[in-house]
Design a protein around this ligand. Sequence first.
Ligand SMILES: N=c1c2ncn([C@@H]3O[C@H](COP(=O)(O)OP(=O)(O)OP(=O)(O)O)[C@@H](O)[C@H]3O)c2ncn1[C@@H]1O[C@H](COP(=O)(O)O)[C@@H](O)[C@H]1O
Length: 133
Amino acid sequence: MGKPATKPAPKPSKQQDDKKSDLQQELVLQRLYDTVQSRRGTDPSLSHSARLMARGRNKIAQKFGEEAVECLIEAVNGNRKELIGESADVLYHLIVMWVDAGVSPEDVWTELKRREGTSGIAEKAARLKEKLG
Ligand SMILES: N=c1c2ncn([C@@H]3O[C@H](COP(=O)(O)OP(=O)(O)OP(=O)(O)O)[C@@H](O)[C@H]3O)c2ncn1[C@@H]1O[C@H](COP(=O)(O)O)[C@@H](O)[C@H]1O
């Protein structure tokens, strides 16, 4: 007698696929955050993150601002490839800023998740209404 036919594994639903890719994207940034955090207080001659953090908050903010400007220039000029590279620089420098300020990726994901499903238009209208009393 042959082996009983095994049922094929159920195909993941679109929702499961979306959740998986959400997690993978969060993991890349979480890993980068953990690496940058591990560089805190280490030898600045061996780590760019350590060097940047040793130079202080103003320098970290300045570098983030410079990278953001470079990023927007590529966007405005329609340079897709360069925009991707500059975006990675922006994210790296944002993460250095989070580590320095004691903000965790989890804090930011929680805020983004809180906003899910609320249109920016509706949110702004509610804010204006509240302001006007
Ligand atoms: N993602 C990055 C990343 N993106 C950009 N950079 C560095 O950021 C620097 C930006 O160059 P700049 O000349 O503008 O910076 P600067 O030397 O501060 O220059 P000044 O403006 O002060 O003259 C370059 O040296 C890049 O290599 C990065 N350095 C590190 N990472 C990640 O951080 C991890 C830890 O790196 P270390 O901290 O170096 O071990 C690495 O494994 C990477 O995953």
